[in-house]
Design a protein around this ligand. Structure first.
Ligand code: SAH
Ligand code: SF4
Ligand code: F3S
Length: 470
C-alpha cells in the first residue's frame, strides 16, 4: 500500500499555464468571451478543487455562468460518498445530452471522486457518450492540457489512472467567497474505514509543506478574508509524511501567529489522532475557533471495530471530556452512520447514548450506503430498510431536541459574529456565524457583510439563531 507521493514540479505547472495561454488566445478571437459552468457536488475538498478548476478556466479566458445553455464548457465535479449522490450526478449528466444536441460544440467534463471509480468511468465511456472529458482528482492539475487537446482535436479523453496521489503548488484559484476561504493542507486518506470510498478515490495521505500553507494564509489575511478553513480528510495526521517534523498542532500555532483579524477553522478530524496537544493548542490560540467537528460514526464498540475506526466509544468520550475541560463552551459537531451492516437496534441505541452524554450542537446523519469495492459493501446487511429508517428518525429527533435546547441557551447573549452573507429571510436579511460556526439570521444593513459585529441573540430554533446588531 505504501506508494510515493508525486511532487508536480513548477515546470510542469508552468506547462499547464502555457496551455491556458494558448486557449486564451483562441478564445480572444471569439466575438465575445466564452462561458464555463462549474457544478460542484460533495465536500469542501471538492469546493476547493472547483476553485482551482475555475482558476485555470479564468486563465483560459472563460467567464462563468450557471446556465448550461450558455456554457461552452461544463465541468461537473462529483462526489462518490453515497449512492444517492452518485445517482443525482448521473441523472443530471444524462439530462445534458439534450443541451449538447442544441450546442454540439459544447465540451462536457466529469471530474472528481466518481470519475476516479473505474466502474463509473466505464459507465460514462459506454452510456454517456456526450461526455468528452473524464478525469479524477489525481489528474486535476493537467486540466488545461486536456481541455486544450479537446479543443484542437475533439474526441474523448479519460484520465482516471489510479495512483498514490500528487501535490501540485501554484495552480491559480478563483474563490467563490470574499469572506470565507478554504485552504487544503493535505490530500487523501490512509484510514480505510470499511464503509468509505474516499481512500480509493483520493489516494494516500500527503501533506503540503507548512511554508506553502502559511504563505497562502498570509495572502488570504492580506486580502481581508475573515474565516479560513484548513482542509483535509483527516487533518490530525497532518505532517506525518513531511521530512521536517511539524504536526497539525504545530501548524495551527504557526497559522495563528499570522497577523490579521481572522478565524481559523479546520476539518475533518479523526478521533484516533486527536491529541491533548491539539486541544491545548486550540485553547491557547486566540484565532482558532472554539469548535470541533469530530465524527464518531457509531456508539457501539463492536460496530466501531467493524467500521475499522480504530477507537472505542470510551476513548472517544474521554477525548471529548478532555477538550471540554480546556474549552468549556466548545461547539461540538459530528457525523453518524445509521444502519451499518449488522448493526442491531440495541447497538444503535449506544449511538443515542453518546448523543445524550456529549450533547453535540449539530450532527450530520447518514444511512449506510454500500459503496462497491469497500469491505462493508460485502458484509451481510440483514436489517430491513424500514427499521434503519425508524432508527434514523429516532436519532434525528433526539438531536433536533438537543440542538434546539443548545440554541435556546444563546438567547439574551451578545456574541461576536462574522456577518458572512445575505439570506432569504426578509425580517433577518443577514446571515452570520458565531465563533462556533452556528448560523445566526440577523437584522441589519447589507453593508455589514464581511465584518465582525456584536450580535444580540433574540431567538432560536433547531436550525439557527436569530439576532440583531448590538
Ligand atoms: N474524512 C471525514 C469524512 C468524510 S465523509 C472523516 O473521516 O470524518 C463524511 C461522512 O460521510 C463520514 O464521516 C460518514 O459519516 C459519512 N459516510 C462515509 N461513507 C459513507 C457510506 N458508505 N454510507 C453512509 N455514510 C457514509
Ligand atoms: Fe473515509 Fe474514514 Fe478516511 Fe474519513 S477517515 S475519509 S470516513 S476512510
Ligand atoms: Fe465526496 Fe470525494 Fe468529498 S467522495 S465527500 S467529494 S472526498
Amino acid at each position: 500500500m505504501e506508494r510515493a507521493t508525486t511532487l508536480i514540479s513548477p515546470q510542469e505547472i508552468q506547462a499547464q499555464l502555457d496551455h491556458c495561454q494558448a486557449v486564451a488566445q483562441r478564445n480572444a478571437q471569439l466575438p465575445q468571451p466564452p462561458l464555463a459552468f462549474v457544478d460542484t457536488y460533495g465536500c469542501q475538498q471538492n469546493e476547493a478543487d472547483s476553485e482551482r478548476i475555475r482558476g485555470y478556466l479564468a486563465r483560459m479566458g472563460y467567464g462563468f455562468t450557471q446556465d448550461e445553455e450558455q456554457a461552452q464548457v461544463i465541468v461537473i465535479n462529483t462526489c462518490a460518498i453515497r449512492e444517492h449522490a452518485e445517482q443525482r450526478v448521473l441523472g443530471n449528466v444524462g439530462a445534458l445530452v439534450h443541451v449538447k444536441r442544441r450546442h454540439p460544440e459544447q465540451i462536457i467534463c466529469l471530474c472528481g471522486c466518481m470519475a476516479q471509480e473505474p466502474r463509473v468511468a466505464e459507465k460514462i465511456r459506454q452510456s454517456y457518450r456526450h461526455v468528452d472529458l473524464v478525469f479524477g482528482p489525481h489528474a486535476l492539475w493537467k486540466f488545461p492540457e486536456m481541455l486544450h487537446t479537446l479543443l484542437l482535436h475533439r474526441g474523448r479523453i479519460f484520465q482516471t489512472a489510479d495512483e498514490a496521489g500528487s501535490i501540485a503548488e501554484g495552480i491559480p484559484v478563483v474563490r467563490q467567497d470574499k469572506v470565507k476561504a478554504w485552504v487544503s493542507i493535505m490530500y487523501g486518506c490512509n484510514n480505510f474505514c470499511s464503509y468509505c470510498i474516499v481512500p480509493y478515490v483520493r489516494g494516500r495521505e500527503r501533506s503540503r509543506k507548512p511554508e506553502d500553507i502559511l504563505s497562502e494564509v498570509r495572502q488570504l489575511a492580506a486580502e481581508g478574508y475573515k474565516d479560513i478553513t484548513l482542509l483535509g480528510q483527516n487533518v490530525n495526521s497532518y505532517g506525518k509524511d513531511l521530512d521536517s517534523p511539524c504536526d497539525f498542532a504545530d501548524l495551527l500555532e504557526q497559522v495563528n501567529a499570522i497577523p490579521g483579524d481572522f478565524l481559523i477553522r479546520f476539518m475533518t478530524s479523526h478521533p484516533k489522532d486527536a491529541t491533548q496537544k491539539l486541544f491545548e493548542t486550540m485553547a491557547r490560540c486566540e484565532k482558532v475557533a472554539p469548535v470541533l467537528h469530530l465524527p464518531f460514526q457509531a456508539g457501539n464498540d463492536r460496530v466501531l471495530a467493524a467500521m475499522n475506526r480504530r477507537h472505542t466509544r470510551e476513548q472517544y468520550l474521554e477525548k471529548i471530556r478532555a477538550l471540554k475541560a480546556l474549552i468549556p463552551d466548545v461547539v461540538l459537531t459530528s457525523d453518524v452512520i445509521v444502519g451499518f451492516p449488522g448493526e442491531t437496534t440495541a447497538e444503535f441505541e449506544d449511538t443515542l447514548k453518546v448523543l445524550e452524554e456529549v450533547r453535540f450542537d449539530a450532527l450530520f446523519t447518514f444511512i449506510f450506503s454500500p459503496r462497491p469495492g469497500t469491505p462493508a459493501a460485502r458484509m451481510d446487511d440483514p436489517m430491513p430498510r424500514e427499521e434503519k429508517l425508524a432508527n434514523f428518525n429516532r436519532l434525528t429527533a433526539l438531536q433536533d431536541q438537543i440542538s434546539e435546547e443548545k440554541h435556546r441557551a444563546y438567547i439574551g447573549k451578545t456574541v461576536r459574529c462574522l456577518i458572512d452573507g445575505t439570506g432569504g429571510d426578509p425580517d433577518y436579511p443577514l446571515t452570520a456565524r458565531t465563533p462556533g460556526n452556528r448560523l445566526v439570521r440577523v437584522a441589519g444593513p447589507d453593508s455589514a457583510v464581511g465584518s465582525f459585529a456584536q450580535v444580540k441573540i433574540t431567538g432560536a430554533n433547531k436550525w439557527s439563531l436569530f439576532g440583531e446588531l448590538a
